[in-house]
Design a protein around this ligand. Structure first.
Ligand code: HEC
Length: 185
């Protein structure tokens, strides 16, 4: 029995130190300009979702979704997020394929997560990816404003849709548009 346990401990040590050794010897790939294997995306996405579920406080958005606040959220988005996540012109970001993992196109495929979930991700960023933590760059109310905007990208009130059209020259998306892919993650 003692030998058996010793065997398990030695195996674990070999795996851990072997892994660290391979990394230090330069065997791990570091390129960001390749698509992650599907299995890796799948595991990482579930790990992220479950970690947010475990850690994020269940807060209600304290900023009411008035036209004014949604327009502020839109402006915060275009200034800070559009570069990576796609602009109001509804084209994918030119940087989409330059990150590992790639940033989701939030305008074309708005997230369907709860607001507390999105606000947590925006505030704290996502480790090992290009998603920055915004808690030091944006105020808490700005984080809630951009969260409110993102959860309503396809159901913005008329005044906000009008503002969108005026600033980008492209009509705001609506959930009734044909061929819309709601399952995209
Ligand atoms: C420098 C590029 C970059 C910028 C700027 C950026 N993000 Fe991200 N963001 C990413 C990447 C990369 C991911 C993908 C992380 C992953 O796959 O887990 C991501 C993920 C996210 C997600 C998670 C989506 C999901 O499916 O759960 C949200 C929400 C998000 N970003 C919102 C924002 C907001 C809001 C801003 C602006 C305040 C912003 N991001 C700015 C790169 C960026």
């Amino acid at each position: 029995m003692r030998n058996f346990i010793l065997g398990i401990v030695v195996t674990i040590l070999v795996i851990v130190f072997g892994g660290v050794g391979l990394a230090l010897l330069g065997f791990l790939p570091t390129r960001a300009n390749v698509a992650p294997p599907q299995i890796e995306s799948h595991i990482a996405m579930s790990a992220l979702d479950n970690s947010v579920e475990r850690h994020a406080p269940r807060l209600n958005n304290p900023v009411p979704p008035t036209d004014e606040n949604l327009i502020s959220g839109l402006k915060i988005y275009t200034m800070n997020c559009a570069l990576c996540h796609g602009d109001l012109d509804r084209k994918p970001s030119t940087l989409e394929k330059s990150f590992y993992p790639p940033p989701p196109t939030l305008i074309l495929h708005p997230p369907d997560d709860a607001e507390w979930h999105l606000a947590y991700v925006i505030r704290n960023g996502v480790r090992y990816t290009g998603m920055p933590a915004w808690d030091k760059a944006l105020s808490d109310s700005d984080i809630w404003k951009v969260t409110g905007f993102l959860t309503r990208v396809e159901k913005l009130p008329p005044a906000v849709q009008e503002y969108w059209k005026k600033t980008s020259g492209v009509a705001a998306p609506t959930s009734s548009e044909e061929g819309h892919d709601h399952d995209h993650k």
